[in-house]
Each structure stands twice: as C-alpha cells, then as structure tokens.
Design a protein around this ligand. Structure first.
Ligand code: TRP
Length: 444
C-alpha cells in the first residue's frame, strides 16, 4: 500500500480543523441558542460542556483517527474488538442531515449579502428576516448554496477554499472585534451584557432540563464532534504532533469566535427591544446584525463584507460536511468522486427543502441533530475508546506530546465514566423535549 499522505504542517491540520469548526455554529447558532435559553445561564452550561465534555471527546476522535489511520469507518475495526464501524457511519449520516438545514441558513447568508448591496434590510431588519427565512427566497438560497457546495466538492477544488478560509477566519475575527467595540457604545449595551454574562444560578437550577440538551448539542456541533470529520482529519496527522495541544488550540479559537459573536449580538438586541422580540428565535443573529448595519454609516459596505466573510466560513464547513461522506463512498465503492458528490448533494438538497417552510421546521432538523444524533454518536465514541479500544489506541493520546502517563489515565477514566453519564442525562432530557415538541405540534 502506498504511504499515506500526512498534513504538510501542523498548522495545516489546525487550520483545516478550525475551518470545519468555525462556521454558522459560532455566529448564527450560538447567539440564537443563548438568547433562546436564558442568556448567561445557557452560557455557563455551554462553556462547561465545551471544556469538560467537548475537549475530551475531541481527543477521543483524534485518537481513533490517528491510531486507525484509515477512513472514519474502517478505523474502528483496526483498534478494538467487535464491529463498531456503524459509529463512524452514524457520524457520516449526521453530516448529511446537518448539511440539509445548514445549507438553508447558508441561503439566508446569501440573501443578506444581496440585502447589504441593495439596502433591503435597512428599514426593518425583522421584516427582512421574515421575508427571506422561509418560502421561495429561502428555497432559492438553499439551492444556490447547495450548488456551490456540490460544485466545489465535485471539482475537487476544496483546497482552494481551505486556503481562502485561512485568510477569512482572521477576517471574521477582526470584524467581530471591531463590531463588538462599536456595540459597547449602544444604549442597551449594559443590559445586553448582563443578560449575556451574569448568570443567575437559580435560573440554571430550575431550568436544568431545558438548558442542558441544547448547550451540550451546541458544544458538539460547534466543535464538529460526532460527525466523523475529526476522525477523518486526524487520520492524516503525523506521529509527533501533540493531540492535546492541537485540540486545545482548536477549542480555544473556536470558543473565542462564538463568544465575540455574543458580544456583538446582545448589546444590539437590547438596544432594539430585548431578547424576546425578534431575538429569541433562529433570526436572532441575523436581525441584530442587519439592524446594526442598517444604522451604521457605510453600514451596507460593512454588512456586505461581513456576510461575505460569513459565507466563506459557512462554505468551508459545508464542503467538509459533504466531502467526508463523499470521499468515503467514492473511495470504497469505486464511484467517481464528481458523480458521488452530485448524487449525494442532490439528495441532501431535497431533504433540506422542508427546512425552508418556516423556522419551526428548521428547528426540527436542528433539534434532531442536536438532541438526538450527536449525543448518540458521542456516547458511542466514548464507550468505544473508554471500554473497547485497545491500550495502544488509548496511549495514542500522549504520543508526540509532553503530557504524561497520568494525564492519559485521568482522561481515560473521564471518558469511561463522566462523559457517558453526562451524555446519557443529556440524551434522556433531549429525547423527552423532542417528544414533547412533536406531541404538542411545536414543529409542524
Ligand atoms: N462546526 C460547524 C459550525 O459551527 C458545523 C459543523 C458541524 C461541521 N459538523 C461539521 C462542519 C462537520 C464541518 C464538518 O458551523
């Protein structure tokens, strides 16, 4: 067998992983989930979920990938007994379902690029969201976004996009810092910060059941965990890279970008009427940001630039959502890559159409992934590495890194016990919420 390629540099791997992690999850989903679930109370649980459960889970995927050194399905067979490859398959399946509604939101971004150029959202940002988030415009945007994604994956130019992302991500960061600075001057800023940042522990305690599933789901989603993508990426890592150090860098950068988005969105929301108004739902970030651009001098230009950058961040995520399953199928079943991309992408485009019917339909797709598919995947991953995988695989964590034996065993026991228990609680609460939502007709 030919020598397997590896990343040409450690930075190359980190950038690819950050490109996958940073996306609509940070700038759309994070502020929206935070606004909808009580602000600071959500933030606290989310940060705990990212660092205490997300980071160790990222190490789980890295260990499987680098030790397995194969595609994310075959890797499971190489490092433990029994047939656990369905876990990798579930991740690929979740990627496709996620792409189906991610693309709908990507379509909104396209509408906002257009709206920045024409000034269509300057008058009434809430009404503009209503007019593009569902119906024919939403279907159009979704299809254009899918065509872009399929085109890039089918033609194999994903490298170009990834290179562009390296420039774009610092761009997102700078723009968010500038906007956050400006947002400090707003009238509602103090109230916004307090909603966002001062947790009421009583609120956390009494809403525990409704906060934990979205917070945990958001942590997995934003770090691209449970999708097999981190397994795929880390399978190309060199032996002397430090998994904890690389993972730590990815988690920190990704978290910073989400937090910054909150520092922009919450002051604006409270300057324009509070978290309940347009704020509580899927439109939170779009309405707040567009409202801000509409009121700024040269806001159309800033808006255009901002949403263009967001489009790149979204595309670098969407191509990886499609790319990983397409590579698997085309490499293992011998189909042409371009044909596979068109067939899978076309199917996903169709599956996504109902998510354009209204934000509650989109919410169903979102909840299906956040509350059901991701916790199941992560539970399987943790049980596999914690209890089934061979010791060699577990020791992969410390290879190339300065962490000692005791770090590895602390992590192992954490993955054996804490992660599964936390995820089982999440899953129980999430499934209950999903069921209640369906029974009460909250979705459709
Ligand atoms: N993390 C991405 C975001 O926050 C979304 C995402 C989830 C993703 N799973 C993925 C991207 C898998 C690429 C591959 O927007």
């Amino acid at each position: 067998m030919a020598q397997r390629e590896t990343w040409t540099s450690r930075i190359g791997f980190i950038f690819a992983a950050v490109g996958s992690a940073v996306g609509l999850g940070n700038i759309w989903s994070f502020p929206f989930q935070t606004a909808a679930n009580g602000g600071a109370a959500f933030l606290v649980v989310y940060l705990l979920a990212v660092f205490l459960i997300g980071f160790p889970t990222m190490m789980v995927e890295f260990v499987i990938g680098r030790r397995g050194e194969q595609n994310p399905i075959a890797s499971f067979g190489k490092i433990g007994y029994g047939n656990w490859s369905f876990t990798g398959g579930l991740g690929l399946f979740s990627s496709l379902i996620t792409l189906s509604f991610y693309s709908v939101v990507g379509g909104w971004v396209l509408s906002y690029i257009l709206g920045s150029a024409t000034g269509a959202y300057f008058g009434d940002a809430g009404a503009y969201f209503g007019s593009v988030a569902s119906g024919p415009t939403a279907i159009g945007g979704h299809l254009v976004f899918m065509v872009l994604t399929i085109g890039i994956v089918a033609s194999g130019v994903t490298d170009g996009i990834e290179r562009a992302t390296k420039v774009m991500i610092p761009g997102v960061l700078l723009l968010l810092v500038a906007l956050a600075g400006w947002a400090t001057t707003l009238d509602g800023a103090a109230e916004g910060y307090s909603y966002y940042l001062s947790p009421d522990f009583g609120v956390i305690a009494s809403n525990f059941g409704s906060i934990v599933p979205p917070a945990m789901g958001q942590a997995f989603f934003t770090l691209s965990l449970g999708f097999s993508v981190m397994i795929a990426y880390s399978s190309y890592l060199g032996r002397d890279d430090s998994l904890p150090a690389d993972g730590g860098a990815i988690v920190v950068v990704n978290t910073l970008i989400a937090l910054l988005a909150g520092f922009v969105v919450f002051p604006i929301l409270f300057a324009t009427g509070g978290a309940e108004g347009a704020g509580g739902g899927a439109g939170t970030a779009f309405v707040a940001l567009a409202g801000a651009f509409g009121s700024l001098p040269a806001g159309g230009i800033i808006g255009f630039f901002f949403f263009a950058v967001l489009l790149f961040a979204a595309l670098s995520s969407s191509i990886s959502l499609l790319e990983v399953p397409v590579s698997y199928v085309s490499e293992n079943y011998g189909y042409k890559r371009s044909t596979t991309a068109v067939a899978m992408g076309g199917l996903i485009a169709v599956i996504g159409v109902p998510a354009t019917f209204g934000t509650s339909w989109l919410g169903f797709y979102n909840d299906l992934v956040f509350k059901l598919l991701l916790p199941i995947s992560v539970l399987l991953l943790a049980v596999f590495v914690g209890w089934v995988a061979d010791r060699e695989a577990v020791d992969e964590l410390g290879r190339g890194s300065s962490v000692g034996e005791s770090f590895t065993s602390a992590w192992l026991w954490w993955v054996r016990l804490v992660v599964p228990v936390a995820v089982i609680v999440t899953l129980y609460l999430g499934v209950e919420a999903l069921y209640t939502g369906l029974a009460s007709g909250a979705y459709f």
